[in-house]
Design a protein around this ligand. Structure first.
Ligand code: NDP
Length: 322
């Protein structure tokens, strides 16, 4: 039996574990992918103490710090949670663990466009990770969909590698929600002719080489992505020839497990907590990208995920001491 089980080994879960260790709480941490979405960041330049560090390297440092306290991250998937007097955590290995408290830190998954061709060409021109896959598009022409910080980061990263990058955003330039610093970087790349913005436009379909040939052929025939269809013409055509398309349109919370426990969620599926990361279910806490604190500015960053993980561990400690 454990005092605490943390589900999720992203930034929030690993910070919760470091704090739980320092509070002397006997705990376990589950996570299939150590580092979570942090692994997808090409460069992190707003985590204080590091001027600039690749996401995977920062996540590796987190892992070492967790394991320094003799806590091993169990890379198993939790498939069910149950509650009686204690909580029960059941994994895909059909193992069961009992615990007095839980911290839910499962993070979020990439949001999909849900358009034809997106799934079909995944890994063959469709990507949700510019820092992982950008390398395969050296000197190619690519598109990035989105208007937030993730899309901006992808554009700036890809502009270094690719011949040309189109940023396709569904609203106008003024509505782009990326940080000012990103906007300025992108404007500089536009002036250099590296980046072009296609505004007030949505993607309708992603085509491969074979399909393009059927349409009259705009590019050579290949296995992967050859073009996208837009919902309004850009430079007189709704078909934009591209070698790759990076979808950077935010995240959806991975909170499905929490439903088993009757944890309160908002309409979008984020777990609602108070300022101390307590959910409506006593003994259950949430932290990181899947948590939302009503009224608080939504800032989903490494530092905020860390702060929430630390607070969740402190709240669990208080709960256990009652
Ligand atoms: P955001 O939710 O901030 O932005 C998503 C963007 O995608 C929006 O511009 C949105 O458009 C657009 N979008 C959403 N759904 C669709 C759709 N179906 N079709 C077309 N466009 C769509 O997500 P991010 O991943 O950019 O960022 C998530 C969090 O991570 C934020 O808090 C961000 O600040 C943080 N982050 C910070 C970084 C940094 O360097 N500081 C780097 C990366 C992420 P609309 O604007 O119209 O809603």
């Amino acid at each position: 039996m454990y005092d605490l089980i943390i589900i999720g080994s992203g930034v929030a879960g690993m910070t919760a574990s470091i704090y739980a260790s320092r509070y002397g709480i006997k705990h376990l941490i589950f996570g299939r992918e150590i580092g979570g979405l942090g692994l997808w960041a090409s460069k992190v330049e707003n985590y204080p103490g590091y001027v600039s560090i690749p996401g995977p390297e920062l996540m590796e440092n987190f892992r070492k710090q967790v394991e320094r306290y003799s806590v091993k991250i169990r890379q198993e998937e939790v498939i069910r949670l149950r509650k009686d007097k204690l909580f029960e955590v059941i994994t895909d290995q059909q193992e069961s663990f009992r615990t007095r408290t839980l911290i839910l830190a499962m993070g979020a998954a990439h949001r999909k466009l849900d358009i034809p061709g997106e799934e079909k060409f995944l890994g063959r021109g469709v990507s949700y990770c510019a820092s992982c896959d950008g390398f395969f598009f050296k000197n190619k022409v690519v598109g990035v969909v989105g208007g937030g910080d993730s899309a901006a980061m992808a554009v700036v990263h890809l502009a270094d590698i690719c011949q040309k990058v189109y940023l396709i955003y569904r609203k106008g330039r003024e509505q782009m929600r990326m940080e000012r610093a990103w906007k300025e970087k992108i404007e500089r790349l536009e002036k250099k002719g590296k980046v072009e913005l296609i505004l007030e436009t949505n993607l309708v379909k992603i085509f491969g080489g074979g399909e393009m040939r059927e349409m009259g052929g705009m590019r050579e025939i290949r296995e992967g992505v050859a073009a996208v269809e837009l919902d309004r013409p850009y430079e007189d055509s709704k078909h934009l020839p591209l070698d790759g398309i990076f979808i950077e349109i935010g995240q959806v919370p991975a909170s499905a497990l929490a439903a088993d426990l009757g944890v309160k969620m908002d309409k979008a599926g984020y777990i609602v907590t108070d300022l101390n990361m307590r959910t409506n279910v006593p003994g259950v806490f949430a932290a990181g990208d899947l948590a939302v604190i009503p009224g608080q500015i939504l800032l989903r960053q490494f530092v905020t995920a860390c702060a929430e993980g630390a607070l969740a561990a402190a709240s669990a400690y208080q709960f256990l001491r009652r």
